[in-house]
Design a binder for this molecule. Structure first.
Ligand code: ATP
Length: 441
């Protein structure tokens, strides 16, 4: 982890937030490469969960919402309860829930872990925000603690402004904020983070809803695998009774085997009609759906897939980080980020073999400018080719193209592949097609 954290800072993936002022605990800033990686990850999620679906649309709700939303969702309730938090898994209990606390300790004991608890405190996850300009007359609201509610409060708006019929889904990607008492493990647990969520509304039906639930569970697991996480590093974990929200009909997490243990990267939750019926109760607005065909009126159930953008980014980085001996070189070890090409910040880097040969530089610049229209491309002319390969390996660039003297004769270039280090010659006119094929393989 320390090596990865250092690489992230050194190469411009992730920096500590507000670093020049000594940092702000639990906040992180994404540098040029981290920003690209995160952007690619969100795009891949949107592609799978929205674009490729027939009945899913997206929204982008405000971060600041009426404080009543958080009453309806139950988030403000715990303001008055002293809570303790398990320092291992961060689950919280009311300090007087002795039985649940004992049961929780037993669960950890089975894994040979001894629970340490935080002091009982009245605390709440929600980050307060004061709105208004006149001191003393400000209204308290909150930075949203989850992006979920921004979707549910817009259920009727989306329904009435589209031709969607149940079943349908509403997706959103956006920031959420939580006053975590124990932020840590790099970006894993932050105060400010991004979520990517789908709320899928269905007809209330136990059997059918569980079928749909299973489909989403598998779809989400496949997403991580297809983007390069090894099968044996991922697992499903069902929520234990004491952590299952009282309204949830089913809840499973997808976990990744990190250097600090198996950790949640995404939750798939069957939320029943909890959210819509609570909003109906607290807002006084009708949140039901009328089925034209069956003439039935009901409050739909929601199945949620809720993943963390920053957590997924971190887990893909952990998975990608590798150190290996370079058999082609002098046996020196190289650091490679074996990111899936779809996620890699740069898809390709272009170099002239020698920077003091203007004809090579000119030719390489032409290729670079041309590829930039379709791909994220890096340019490097420093040092020797070997050093440039090493530098690109370290930031996960899957392909490097070198323009050499042969290029001037027959319009071909050398393409070197990051993971296998194999090199092949291809025609300049075929580079675009070659890259497209390789990236989408
Ligand atoms: P945890 O048990 O780790 O606190 P959670 O069960 O409270 O997570 P959810 O409320 O289900 O998490 O949020 C959905 C997703 O949002 C999580 O799976 C995780 O990827 C992400 N997430 C939640 N809290 C944080 C955080 N503090 N920092 C980074 N990502 C987070």
């Amino acid at each position: 982890m320390l090596k990865l954290v250092s690489l992230c800072k050194r190469r411009g993936f992730i920096y500590p937030g507000s670093e020049i002022y000594g940092g702000l605990k639990g906040t992180w800033d994404y540098g040029p490469l981290g920003n690209e990686l995160k952007f690619n990850l969100k795009q891949e999620w949107w592609k799978t969960m929205v674009k490729e679906q027939e009945n899913v649309v997206g929204v982008s709700a405000a971060i600041l919402m009426s404080p009543k939303v958080w009453e309806a969702s139950g988030h403000t309730q715990s303001f008055s309860d002293p809570l303790i938090e398990c320092k291992i898994c961060h689950q919280r209990f009311k300090a007087d829930q002795e039985e649940l606390i004992k049961e929780h300790e037993k669960l950890h004991l089975k894994k040979k872990e001894k629970v340490e608890w935080t002091e009982p405190k009245k605390f709440n996850l929600l980050v307060e925000a004061k709105l208004g300009v006149v001191e003393g007359e400000k209204n308290i609201t909150y930075l949203r603690g989850e992006i979920t509610q921004g979707v549910h409060v817009n259920f009727k708006n989306v329904l009435n402004s589209s031709r969607l019929k149940i079943p349908f889904g509403i997706a959103q990607i956006g920031k959420a904020f939580r006053n975590e008492i124990t932020p840590g493990n790099f970006t894993y647990r932050s105060i400010e983070f991004e979520q990517m969520e789908l709320q899928y509304y269905i007809k209330p039906d136990e059997k059918e809803s569980m079928k749909q639930y299973e489909l989403f569970k598998n779809m989400r697991m496949d997403w991580y695998k297809n983007l390069g996480i090894k099968k044996d590093k991922l697992r499903f974990r069902e929520h234990a009774k004491d952590e299952l929200a009282h309204y949830a009909k089913a809840a499973w997490d997808i976990e990744y085997n990190t250097p600090f243990g198996w950790k949640e990267c995404e939750g798939i939750h069957h939320r029943g009609d909890w959210d819509l019926s609570r909003h109906q109760k607290y807002s006084g607005q009708d949140m039901s759906y009328f089925d034209e065909e069956t003439k039935e009126k009901f409050i739909p159930w929601a199945i949620e897939t809720s993943g963390g953008v920053d957590r997924a980014t971190l887990f893909f980085l952990i998975e990608a980080y590798s150190e290996e001996k370079d058999p082609a070189g002098d046996g020196a070890s190289r650091v490679v980020l074996k990111l899936h090409p779809k996620l890699a910040p740069y898809k390709v880097a272009v170099f002239p073999l020698l920077k003091n040969k203007p004809e090579l530089v000119k030719k390489a610049r032409g290729i670079y400018q041309n590829l930039k229209k379709n791909f994220e491309v890096d340019w490097d002319e420093r040092g020797n080719i070997g050093k440039r390969y090493f530098a690109q390996d370290e930031i996960g660039t899957p392909f490097c193209i070198t323009v050499d003297f042969e290029t001037m004769e027959n319009d071909t270039v050398t393409v070197r592949e990051r993971d296998t280090m194999k090199q092949e010659r291809i025609k300049i006119s075929e580079i675009k097609e070659f890259l497209e094929k390789k990236i989408n393989e």
